[in-house]
Design a protein around this ligand. Structure first.
Ligand code: PHE
Length: 508
């Protein structure tokens, strides 16, 4: 019997049982030589996965068990009994009795006094003494109550006694899930258990061909992780990241929230009078108010020229351009500031090499806050730089990118950006909302932005930007941005949301 597995032993016990009334897992544990109940439950559960070999019914019971202190009472007697025992016939001075005691003697003394086993008397010298009361029968009731509990016979004790024992922290009650097991229609003492795992050995010795495998349980829930939960934004970010890297894009270094107006605006041919450069739209830094370093002076001079009098066939804005304005530090309003820096670096590498780049990071705008707007959000931005690119390529790449996000129906609307021409707003049909929603902004970067950087005249750059929050809210059915970002976020949302799987099934 010892060599049999726990489940085989359970099957054997069920075989021997003549009626089929079922047997409790607690009794099984006892019959199997005081086996650990949890292990017995584990074995029952694994047998229950087999096709009607056994039948089970689940019960939840409250089971009383002794605490460590309760066990001491069983072996040495209750506190009050121990106090009574320790008092010599001549009595003992109270201070001596309580000497060096952590409190259990005091508890025992109070109880022993209350039970009428001992009394405290004042001697002539003013000292308190503890003496045994004579002619009382001392029965350690508490100990016998605990013994009753150990023997599973706690019912006659009544609720008040149990409550008192719990209050004295001698017993605790735990809810225990138990099972009643009986034979199923396919019961047999020797069940053939299908394999749960395909191992390397089975493959090597070709045993797998003869084995019967357990079917997959696609309905099984995974266990919830206790830590390391990803916020929905991070899950969608990871999904974007994998789509973009699959498409051959590499990531730009976005590790700066503070940017000079030069990179955020001027380098992108945003006129100094543009409303976006207003305090109503942009956060300006008070300290340090200005950046100390601009990129190389010749480049800055070319930017100034294209803004003021025009260059490369453009008339520019024909308005004054102030150097102080370009140096003002701001919280970046878009990640296109980073794109500008990366393109400038690219222009310095000769000969020009085509690249595909993307970034996903935080940007800041002085917005009026409402259900869908915060003063900061994330942008997903990308560009492709190569010779011979056209609007057709831009539309093609938008279709490919959004197609991989499960967004098939796209519409493009002519738009305006200071740094792109032509510019297109991208709209997607949202099947849930049954309407077209704006998902991004895109275009071909203007020569007024690219040529001062030193990029060859025939290089074309298609680029786009979208928010990370919008697809995340759509994906997770969140309609208020405050449920997604900030102190009102319900952590359960973070714990329980599924991994982000954007619906990639394309409808034909
Ligand atoms: N910077 C634009 C925005 O903030 C997005 C964009 C990026 C548009 C690149 C065109 C090209 O909305």
């Amino acid at each position: 019997m010892a060599s049999l597995s726990l489940s085989d032993q359970i099957l054997l016990l069920l075989t021997k049982k003549d009626d089929d009334g079922g047997i409790s897992s607690l009794d099984l544990a006892a019959e199997l030589g005081e086996e650990d109940h949890q292990k017995v439950v584990g074995a029952i559960k694994s047998l229950a996965t087999l096709d009607d070999v056994i039948r089970t019914e689940q019960y939840v019971r409250n089971v009383l068990s002794l605490t460590e202190e309760g066990k001491i009472v069983v072996s040495q007697g209750s506190h009050e009994f121990r106090v009574w025992q320790n008092i010599p016939d001549s009595g003992i001075e109270l201070d001596t009795l309580l000497l060096g005691d952590g409190g259990s003697t005091r508890v025992g003394l109070n109880k022993a006094v209350a039970s009428g086993w001992v009394r405290i008397v004042k001697k002539d010298d003013g000292k308190s003494w503890v003496e045994r009361c004579l002619n009382v029968e001392v029965v350690d009731v508490v100990k016998s109550q605990l013994l009753q509990i150990i023997n599973g016979d706690s019912a006659p004790l009544g609720d008040d006694v149990i409550t008192d024992l719990k209050r004295r922290r001698l017993v605790v009650s735990n809810s225990v899930t138990t099972f009643t097991v009986s034979r199923g229609a396919n019961f047999s003492q020797n069940v053939e258990r299908p394999e749960a795992e395909l191992t390397a050995e089975m493959m090597a010795n070709e045993e797998y061909a003869k084995k019967n495998f357990k079917p997959y349980n696609f309905n099984a829930m995974g266990t919830t992780l206790q830590g390391g939960h990803l916020h929905p934004l991070l899950k969608v970010k990871a999904e974007f990241l994998s789509i973009l890297t699959e498409l051959g894009f590499s990531e730009m270094p976005t590790n700066r929230f503070v940017e000079s107006s030069f990179w955020n605006f001027d380098a992108l041919f945003v006129p100094q009078k543009h409303p976006a450069r207003d305090v109503q739209d942009t956060f300006f830094l008070a300290r340090p108010e200005n950046c100390t370093r601009l990129p190389d002076e010749e480049y800055v001079a070319r930017v100034e020229k294209v803004h003021t009098v025009g260059d490369y066939g453009s008339d520019g804005y024909q308005t004054p351009w102030r150097r102080e304005e370009t140096q003002r530090n701001i919280m970046r309003t878009h990640t296109t500031a980073i794109t500008g820096r990366v393109l400038y670096d690219l222009a310095q590498q000769k000969p020009f090499k085509p690249v595909k780049k993307f970034s996903i990071d935080r940007v800041f705008r002085n917005e009026t806050l409402d259900a869908t707007h915060l003063a900061e959000f994330h942008q997903v931005e990308g560009f492709v730089a190569d010779r011979g690119l056209s609007l057709g390529h831009l539309i093609g790449i938008m279709k490919e990118f959004f197609g991989r996000l499960g967004i098939d129906q796209l519409r493009f609307k002519p738009a305006y950006n200071p740094y792109t021409e032509p510019s297109l707003e991208v709209f997607a049909y949202h099947k849930g909302f049954k309407k077209w929603v704006e998902v991004g902004n895109s275009g071909l970067f203007r020569p007024e932005m690219l040529r001062p950087m030193g990029l060859p005249e025939d290089v074309r750059i298609i680029a786009w930007g979208l928010s990370l929050e919008r697809p995340t809210m759509i994906r997770y059915g969140i309609n208020n941005i405050r449920s997604l970002v900030g102190h009102k976020v319900d952590l359960r949302l973070v714990y329980s949301n599924p991994l982000c799987r954007l619906d990639k099934v394309r409808e034909s």
